[in-house]
Write a protein that binds this ligand. Structure first.
Ligand code: G7W
Length: 278
């Protein structure tokens, strides 16, 4: 059925369109039900006028192609797309419990068990992607959604397309870029390990490690790996040890993802199911 979804010529009349789920920067997202299957999806509507038409078609096809080979509980599915005169519609897996960063804002920071559970499931998703030679699924809080059972979903909003360069900073946050990207040298899968380290820090402290008022300041702190652990909230030395092994300037020296899953902090804190049930 999913492969059929990738090929079928969809139209809006195939869907009952429900409530708006939110306004992304490039268009609205609606809850929708595919009429024949009763399958609930998220339908993202983008205005062609806002997309540089030529590249998008090929990029969308490429994205759907990549996604049709990616099947992982922690990677949000893009089932397919279609377009009409003025709009492009993306047919997406619906993440029932919405945005992770809203959760993080609400709780200020997560418990070590919750943080470790999320980090472990993201590490497994990234190991899966790297195994399929897909890197850089943009793991920052804005791109993470939560499924019905509390599982994390990496929703890659395809920003690489919008920025039309591989910088991938959504709304200008540099915070998640590793030194080699900030210094815009070639990067590889170890980029994702750096970003996961940033994310782990932000889960535990509520702010990313190199945050600063000015971009230039953030840039400097990243390239110097100016990593500091504030006294509050209290975080275990085991967690700090893991973060320190991921936020290493030399990309080849960063802790490998499969090693991360064996780290004591992950082994002792992550729920093996990847579900954080509170
Ligand atoms: C509002 C709320 C928070 N919300 N938002 C979502 C949501 C999840 C994922 C996406 N994904 C994308 O946009 C992906 C875009 C592309 O891969 C892409 C690739 C190539 C292109 F040319 C392009 C193109 F745009 F340039 F065409 C795009 C979008 C919205 C969501 C959800 N699924 N479930 C519940 N709530 C949800």
């Amino acid at each position: 059925a999913a492969s059929e979804a990738a090929q079928k010529r969809w139209t809006t009349s195939d869907f009952d369109i429900g409530k708006p789920l939110g306004r992304g920067k490039f268009g609205h997202v609606y809850l929708a039900r595919e009429k024949r299957s009763d399958h609930i999806v998220a339908l993202k509507v983008l205005f062609k006028a806002q997309l540089q038409q030529s590249q998008v078609e090929h990029q969308l096809r490429r994205e759907v192609e990549i996604q049709s080979h990616l099947r992982h509980p922690n990677i949000l599915r893009l089932y397919g797309y279609f377009y009409d005169q003025k709009r492009v519609y993306l047919i997406l897996e619906y993440a029932v419990r919405g945005e992770l960063y809203k959760e993080l804002q609400k709780c200020k920071y997560f418990s070590e068990r919750r943080a470790a559970t999320y980090v472990a499931s993201l590490a497994r998703a990234l190991i899966y992607c790297h195994g399929k030679h897909v890197i850089h699924r943009d793991i920052k809080p804005e791109n993470l959604l939560i499924g019905a059972q509390g599982e994390l979903k990496i929703a890659d909003f395809g920003w690489s397309v919008h920025t039309f360069n591989r910088r991938r900073t959504m709304c200008g946050t540099l915070d998640y870029l590793p030194p080699e990207m900030v210094e815009s040298v070639e990067h590889d899968a170890s980029v994702d390990i750096w970003s996961l380290g940033i994310l782990c820090y932000e889960f535990l402290y509520g702010v990313p490690p190199f945050e600063a008022r000015e971009h230039s300041e953030t840039y400097k702190r990243i390239v110097q790996v100016d990593l500091k652990f504030p006294p509050k909230p209290i975080v275990s030395s085991s967690a700090k040890d893991l973060i320190s092994q991921m936020l290493v300037k030399e990309s080849t020296q960063r802790l490998a993802l499969h090693k991360l899953l064996e780290h004591p902090w992950i082994v002792q804190n992550a729920d093996p199911s990847g579900l954080y049930r509170g």
